[in-house]
Design a binder for this molecule. Structure first.
Ligand SMILES: C[S@@+](CC[C@H](N)C(=O)[O-])C[C@H]1O[C@@H](n2cnc3c(N)ncnc32)[C@H](O)[C@@H]1O
Length: 246
């Protein structure tokens, strides 16, 4: 029998998940940036800045950003560290195309390369990168362990992985308000601004199916990352996980 996984709350064959995820991001690619600002009232910008601060980047680092989408994280890194080499990547052509156009239009492409790839099968040699970042991408992987393992393989000794992802709110009352917002407001916003409520229903569901802070930390430790830790943002709605390669 085919192995099963989750696409939001729906159980699907493992072999089908990336197609479903692909349809979501192809559908939202043009309205992705507007929706991000609307959904988080601009807070995603701050979360990404914190990620870049926590990454302790050195001037000549070679950096892979996985699931770059429209390129917010490469843009921040490129602006602050123009001598780094940044590989901006995404599995989805439409999202990467938006990101590459934006990099050219907003002039942060001089130290960026663009690669269409899956974070679960990286086309790079062992120990290539000083830093790997993933912003709101890991949740969509079919096999997160495989992805974490691939990233570790491609990190240099002492290289770091930083994952910015939705997580689990700590305060139970806040959590209830957040659930109400996610399942009532979010799909309506999606319908209004992106003409697509289903993709934002998937977003709300996929967040609930994603491992919480401790589970993700344990997954990283199980893949051999060391010094694993996480920082909660907005009461744990979002967390940044960090791990190092040995
Ligand atoms: C929510 S967007 C995040 C974009 C950007 N990093 C940001 O924070 O704004 C998630 C991205 O993950 C990409 N993605 C999904 N599965 C992936 C995979 N297995 N490998 C690489 N990218 C993937 C999607 O195509 C989409 O562009």
């Amino acid at each position: 029998m085919n192995k099963k996984t989750h696409f939001g709350y729906t159980e699907v064959d493992e072999s089908e998940k990336s197609n479903h995820v692909g349809e979501v991001f192809t559908s939202v690619s043009k309205s992705y940036d507007i929706m991000n600002d609307a959904m988080s009232i601009g807070m995603h910008r701050l979360w990404k800045k914190i990620l870049v601060e926590l990454a302790s980047i050195n001037e000549k680092d070679i950096i892979l950003d996985i699931a770059s989408g429209t390129g917010d994280i490469p843009k921040l890194i490129s602006r602050e560290y123009p001598r780094t080499s940044i590989f901006m990547s995404d599995i989805n052509y439409e999202m990467l195309d938006e990101g590459r156009n934006r990099a050219i239009n907003e002039s942060f492409n001089s130290n960026c390369s663009f690669c269409q790839l899956s974070g679960e099968k990286l086309p790079f040699k062992n120990k290539t990168f000083d830093l790997i970042t993933v912003g709101f991408g890991l949740r969509n992987f079919t096999n997160k362990e495989k992805g974490l393992n691939e990233m570790k393989r491609c990190l240099k000794k002492n290289g770091k992985l930083l994952i910015l992802e939705f997580s689990k709110p700590i305060n139970p009352i806040f959590s209830k308000i957040y659930d109400w917002y996610s399942f009532n407001i979010l799909p309506k916003l999606g319908s209004l601004l992106a003409n697509d409520s289903d993709s934002y229903q998937y977003l709300a569901e996929s967040i609930r199916m994603h491992p919480d802070q401790e589970q993700l930390k344990k997954m990283m430790q199980d893949q051999g990352y060391r010094e694993c830790k996480f920082y909660n943002l907005l009461n744990g709605v979002v967390a940044i996980h960090i791990g190092s390669n040995d």
